[in-house]
Ligand binder design. Structure first.
Ligand code: FES
Ligand code: FES
Length: 184
């Protein structure tokens, strides 16, 4: 039992984040999102609802998108975590980051790390989505300030960039045209 006079038991947690092992001592109830932000200073992962609804806190756990606000840090032991910081840098952006930059897929950017991680995992499974499939892929992530149209374009453009990375030179952007495949 814990309370004001009973110290909370602490646990040592070692996790691999973006290929780097980190160890910290935390209470059992420390959310993984808080662990990343406050214990590891990886503030790219954002926190919105803390109820698993908005998707802002999405990270990759062994390559699969997960709401980090719905996991405890202790549950991440022995898993490989990837946050938005692990998907590229300002000088070497990953394909989804590059696509968001080209297509203006963000306004305030608060939701963006969750979209980037979600779309990265999605394109691994579905490298050539239609606009309708792109809309479905992002339906679990909430953005409070865009009409989603440019985020859909970004998904399609990211697919192009990924494909061109295999083939050589980047293709001309046709995400605008493809985004019109399905009604908004
Ligand atoms: S903060 Fe985790 S889903 Fe909203
Ligand atoms: S860009 Fe502002 S919430 Fe998505």
């Amino acid at each position: 039992m814990t309370g004001p006079d009973v110290p909370e038991p602490l646990h040592e947690v070692t996790v691999s984040v973006n290929g780097v092992r980190h160890t910290a001592t935390v209470p059992a109830r420390r959310l993984l999102s808080d662990f990343l932000r406050h214990d590891l200073a990886l503030t790219g992962t954002h926190v919105g609802c803390e109820h698993g609804v908005c998707g802002a806190c999405t990270i990759l756990v062994d390559g699969a998108p997960m709401r980090s606000c719905l996991m405890f840090a202790v549950q991440a032991r022995a898993h490989e975590l990837t946050t938005v910081e692990g998907l590229g840098t300002i000088d070497a952006m990953g394909p989804v980051q590059q696509a968001f930059s080209e297509c203006h897929g963000l306004q305030c950017g608060f939701c963006t790390p969750g979209f980037i991680t979600t779309i990265t995992a999605y394109l691994e499974e579905n490298p050539d989505p239609t606009a309708e499939e792109a809309r479905d892929a992002i339906s679990g992530n909430l953005c409070r300030c865009t009409g989603y149209q440019n985020i859909v374009k970004s998904v399609l453009r990211a697919a192009e960039i990924r494909a061109s990375a295999d083939l050589g030179a980047p293709p001309l952007i046709d995400a605008d045209a493809r985004a019109g495949e399905a009604p908004p």
